[in-house]
Design a protein around this ligand. Sequence first.
Ligand code: ZN
Length: 261
Amino acid sequence: MIAPDLETTVERLAHLIAGARRIVPFTGAGISTECGIPDFRSPGGLWTRNKPISFDAFLADRAMRDESWRRRFAMEEAFGGAQPGRGHRAVAALHGLGKAPVVITQNIDNLHQNSGIQPENIVELHGNTTYATCLDCAARYELDWIRARFDVDGTAPDCLHCSGPLKTATVSFGQAMPEEAMVRAERAARDCDLFLVIGSSLVVFPAAGFPLIAKRQGAGLVILNRDATEFDDLADLVIRHDIGSVLNKVLDRVMTPSTAH
Ligand SMILES: [Zn+2]
């Protein structure tokens, strides 16, 4: 059902959260837009203007790798300075209460980590763009190090250990999904009693599968997203208000039980 107004919305969501033992927040681009991170897939977003470089193309051609790094560094102003928003802080608060042991995210911006949640409690379905790894030996590299070398001649360095190609730790188009993340996300969805979608339209594979898994196990499903999703009919509560405002108010309500129902 779609909540009619903000007050009713807050009341219903606070009630569901208060009654849940194990919540899985599932976050997408919508939670980070107030932090200045662009929604790549939205109309006018980066990926509609610049055709994404596929994983195969990245591997096959050094020029493509350099172009990929050029684009990444061009986005650094957005990613580098971004701070967690009200939505991230609300999720971190739920985590801190012990209600949401694991957070699943489609985002690559590291903002859940920056909000104080330990990396091992975050499942990143699409990886992380705030550092890089060697595709051959998995050694980790910081972006500043790569950029200092890239800025010299517009060429990205290779791995110091094995000469393999360095790439942001994200999952590219055409690249296999990270197996461990998929397994952990499925397990979290299976074991929760409330699946809370925040800022995702649930269209990008594999996002769509998880709410169904949770629902099939009898969990409640809440969808807090600007736009309609294909799963709205299945949801116990659909909220189309501003994410930060809603979660802020809900958290206030949950933290002060005397005013909750
Ligand atoms: Zn290497």
